[in-house]
Design a protein around this ligand. Sequence first.
Ligand SMILES: *Cc1c(COP(=O)(O)O)cnc(C)c1O
Length: 414
Amino acid sequence: MAFSEGTSGSVGRNKVRKKNRLAIDGGTPVRKGMLQYGRQSIGEDDIRAVIDVLESDWLTTGPKVKEFEEALSSVTGAKYSISVSSGTSGLHTSVNSIGVTDGDEVIVPAMTFAATANCVLYQGATPIFADICLETLQIDIHDTLEKITNRTKAIIAVDFAGLPCDYTRLREIAQEHELCIISDACHSIGGKYKKEPVGSLADISVFSFHPVKTITTGEGGAITTDNIRYAEKARRFRNHGIDSDHRQREKAGSWFYEMQSLGFNYRLSDIHCALGLSQLRKLEKWISRRNKIAKIYNEAFRGNDFLETQRVSPDALHAYHLYVVLLNNEALKVGRKEVFGALRAEGIGVNVHYVPVHLHPFYQRKHNTSPGMCPNAEAVYERILSIPIFPMMSDGDVEDVVRAIEKVCNAYSK
Ligand SMILES: *Cc1c(COP(=O)(O)O)cnc(C)c1O
């Protein structure tokens, strides 16, 4: 008996040792497959909605476009919604709508996806990079104020990770300096600031419906505004600069149209819009699930010496497109790169959002940006990891993420 007990005891100890050993060093991973950091949710209702359009008369510029735009207006509280082919074309359309042109400057945060800055270049204007706040990871107000010149036409505020910016302060600045606020709300549909929904907080708001975002149309995007001039200009811009669409002409029994300005084909098809409409019905439920997952993470990481989390203002309802952790380099003997690799080996599909835009070779080469220009964004970039968050994650999945992070941090503890 003693013998067999001893045997099982030593097997047990080996198991424990194997369990604590990092998967990257040959230990047992926390998960077998890879848990992605984000993933779309497509249900039978979504599939049916798309099939219905395929069997209908209008594949594009049809009734689903208008229905989707009306539904977006009702979710965001904005008067006008204009669907477009992507978040990027939405950003381009919005800077065009407010009249950004050659010689203008537009202030953008350094910590964002490149498209936020690229849209300014499409108009022949110059993106000016503002640093970010170390706690909220949003555009830093003080640095923004310092970067305003008499050429500044607009500020593009990014609701980083889904956390709406301080639009009260941003609107004050806009009034004082006679400039526009564009909200890059590609992360934050369904979020709120002081009880007002994202989409009605800035002069124009821009959404993306790429599959990693909160609702998807495959590819797609939209802009929302209360300003009829911006809305009309946007509708023309997405349709070659032409003032009526195919369906309006068909209704009027007319062939005549005029091109009033130079535009693009940035339209979103009825197939996409039907999917978006079906997805939008689930937005509230999904935002609440994302917040539940974030709450589990917040509680699990509270008091943890190895990492910090984003500071969230009590005025904001976070949409949690991403859940970002910032590693504490003082507590860990390795850098972000090693933690990233070790977590992926454990089956946790972490990611990094983003490489600061001013560090991309294109911007350094062509627009004279360089390291040191936005020290907070650069410091944060060395520390951030986006960990999995999406509505279909089970509580067990969330636990796996927490366990893997604890395991990796303990193993790399100083
Ligand atoms: C996704 C994203 C975009 C671009 O949207 P697409 O639909 O991929 O063109 C722009 N800005 C931010 C902050 C994004 O996350």
